[in-house]
Write a protein that binds this ligand. Structure first.
Ligand SMILES: [Zn+2]
Length: 279
């Protein structure tokens, strides 16, 4: 009997939107972020998806803050993969990619535009190309954020053009208001499309927003994908209970993986699956 693929759990600790007023467990300062990530790491997370906030708690792309956070995580969570966000809420244009010079092992890369709950999530082709070329220059593996089917095809175009590596790590994001809903038929088609375009054994992951987080954990664990959780995407354990920590959400993701017989990937295994440099 073959062992099932270890399941990588990514914890999105902070994001751009949630505040302490929404849930006091959302880590905002660098010290809180490192502490929250450490507990999530102990609970089984091997990737930390990171945003930083300024002194007022607003999203920023400040390179010094990113550098301090990355250093804190690398010190307190040995081997954990730091993934910095180049997402659009924290800065406009090229400011979104300033932190890539820090050479994190991974960074998020949105490759197309779509609507968000109250605005357009703008990712024009020239900016996408520039972010991808910076990632290439600094040896950063992109995680392709697919908010829409067209974004998966855009990743294929980028692979063919040599802008990104041949086995891109695509993350399906479902359940954002005004973007793609959490629809199982679409999810199944996403999985099929990734396998068709990039090969049967190409790793992929999925994120569900808000109340869809657990649902997407479940679907991805069952289908052989990797999981994302964390307070960035969802601040609740259930309708009436706030999540007490990022670690508590990681525990739910671990349970989902275990329900399908998936061992939890260690950081070393995660690096191997993703084709990352070690350490
Ligand atoms: Zn993010």
């Amino acid at each position: 009997m073959t062992e099932k693929t270890p399941c990588i759990i990514c914890v999105a600790i902070t994001g751009s939107l949630p505040t302490k007023a929404d849930n006091p467990a959302v880590p905002i300062s660098i010290a809180e972020q490192v502490e929250s990530t450490h507990a999530a790491y102990e609970a089984g997370a091997s990737i930390a998806h990171c945003h930083v906030r300024d002194d007022e708690g607003k999203p920023t792309s400040d390179v010094v803050r990113f550098s301090r956070l990355m250093e804190g995580i690398q010190t307190h969570c040995p081997g954990m993969i730091v993934q910095l966000s180049t997402g659009g809420r924290s800065g406009a244009g090229k400011a979104r990619g300033g932190m890539l010079t820090l050479r994190p092992p991974m960074a998020s890369l949105s490759v197309g535009s779509n609507n968000f709950p109250t605005r357009v999530y703008e990712n024009p082709p020239d900016l996408v190309d520039w972010l991808a070329s910076e990632m290439k220059t600094y040896g950063v593996k992109p995680e392709i954020e697919a908010f829409d089917l067209s974004h998966i095809y855009k990743a294929k175009q980028m692979v063919d053009a040599g802008e990104i590596g041949a086995r891109p790590y695509v993350q399906f994001v479902m359940g954002v208001k005004n973007a793609m809903p959490a629809d199982k038929r679409v999810f199944d088609f996403y999985v099929e499309t990734v396998k068709h375009l990039f090969g049967e054994d190409t790793p992929w992951c999925a994120a569900g927003i808000g109340r869809h987080q657990l649902e997407l954990n479940d679907w991805a664990a069952a289908a052989g994908g990797h999981l994302r959780t964390g307070l960035e995407d969802n601040i609740r354990l259930d309708k009436s209970t706030l999540a007490p920590s990022n670690a508590a959400l990681v525990e739910l993701a671990v349970n989902a993986a275990q329900r399908y017989g998936r061992p939890i990937a260690t950081p070393t295994q995660a690096r191997k699956i993703l084709g990352l440099r070690s350490g």
